[in-house]
Write a new protein. Sequence first.
Lengths: 534, 120
Amino acid sequence: MTPHLLIFIMLPIIIGLLLYILKHRLIKIIAVATEIMLFSMSLWYILHIGDQSIMTLLVNVPLPYGMALRIDQLSATMLLLNNFLFLCMVVYSLKRPYMNKLFIFLFLSLQGMINALFLSTDFFNVYILIEVATIAVSILIMYKKDSQSMYDGMIYLLVNMVAMGFFLLGIGFLYKIFGVLDFVTIENLIPRLENKRVLLLPFSLLITGVSLKAALMPLFSWLPKAHGTASAPAVVSAILSGIFVKIGVYLLIRMMTIFSVAIQLQEFFLFLGFLTALSGFMFAMSQSDIKLILAYHTISQIGLILIGISGMKDQNNLGGVYHILSHGVFKSLFFLVSGILVQHYKTRKIKKMSGLWQSSKLVSIVLMIAILSITGAPLFSGGYSKYFISYGYESELFKWLFVIINAGTMASFIKFFRVIFSKPIDEPVKLQVDLNQKIVIITMALTCILLGFGGDMIANTIHHQPYTYSTLSQMSKIPVYLTSYLVSYLVFRYVLENSRALKFIKGIELSFNSINLAIVSFFVATLAYLTYTF
Amino acid sequence: MIREIINGENISILLFFIGVYGVCARRNIFKTIMGLSIMQAGLILFFLSINASEDAVPPIGQDIMNAISVSDPVPQALMITAVVVGISTTAVSLTMFISLYHKYGTTNWNKVKMKRGELD
């Protein structure tokens, strides 16, 4: 029997609401039980979905008139990641002081809305879900009220609303052309359209909204503020970077498939992807706040994902989707560990943290696994996906770009190695981690290894074509990895670390008006590019 | 000629971009929120004026049988939802603005940004 798709959406919201109304002792246990159920359901779907897609009508009216939920391989993968992360986060925050009924309500409804976004087949539903999720997220960002959080939350909310305004205008133009709003019918109608030029305006409006959600190159200024803010609990930052920003990427993939008959934007996105990846790690290198480093690094990894999904080869696309999975896991792990570190050292400055190895072996090992994954070490999750992302590029220019991006990632995580291996300044204090937190970080670290070591198995489950990158060939990459790490360490240590360029980059911060101006310029540039190349 | 240009669609697109100008060029937080509301008003007008014609009758009641054209109910239904969402987002941002003002004592985006930078 197939579990109904509506459960993914309604169950977390209803349970969250019930827990908010009823004051019961077992609140937390019920929440965990719900999470486990949702996770096992998404596991069931990913194992059974195969190549096909399952469509469920929400009302007894066929598609152009009614509404439907659809699950296919891509959305099943995203659902799996989403429910896995939420399960981990709920277990992680069981004993935390902020875990009250309001938090559970907001958190679980956010999960329901993200699930709904991945299942939705209708442009307008996507718009409404993103708007409501944005409000929920901006409250979660300001959850621990402190002085900076108001500004961060407000920038986040307003900028996203402006971008969604562009998105809605795009939907309006689409409706004017087709008279329908669901993905399936529009995809079928596009080949029959006589004058395909009319699609350019709605497409660039939609792309503007979605690109801001995905934090592409000129539009990422809101992301570090929202993901790196001090006022959000570590679990919220983990969810934001792990899955919420991927909604934009997911919608980009969907739109590229829907409009692929009429509009080809692969080269444009490839260019943007490289730009995003390069600028992301440069910003990350210049920061000294542990959460901001991670937040800027999300941008760089989004760039890599974009390179993957807009690559010409099928392997590249697999790499992009796989990197969504692996980045979701290791970046959330990073944020959780950073939460533990901030609590332990009582500072957010990464230079003041030292001697982690003496304080706690377990946290050090987990942090090392996360660093190895993000820098693309062989046998870890990042290495597996980065191999496929950079697969099949022949020209020297691209090869060098990949080398630079990899080296930049390595260089910006040298600061984390220093946290582990530097000599402690004061007498090392034992780091206490609760049992449930230990379980979560160990599980996620093991998942990182599984995603690299058992990569072929998982890649075959989430992608219809069997491509392989065996353990043996992964191992042969180890010397290359070590050498490039050494080189990037030397370059970082002796050239970049105290350079003026990094200080200059650190000072760049766009104001609210400039962010909006960037949105408008992005829209104009996309439209101009489309009009010129069409 | 001018009568053809001044129709619902063109006015709504104009309104939308007036709102966009507001959020791009105004430093006052309150005025940017107003700009956002203007954008939303423009969007609602745009949806309602898509495929609208003057001789269309409402898609309900007895006259439907002998009407020449019937107006499209879908954009109207969509816009009720958009109005609700728009109002709630405006309300949330105004609430946030009040507490931001209490904290920083200014309504200027750039001054808030400077003061926030000092806090780090």
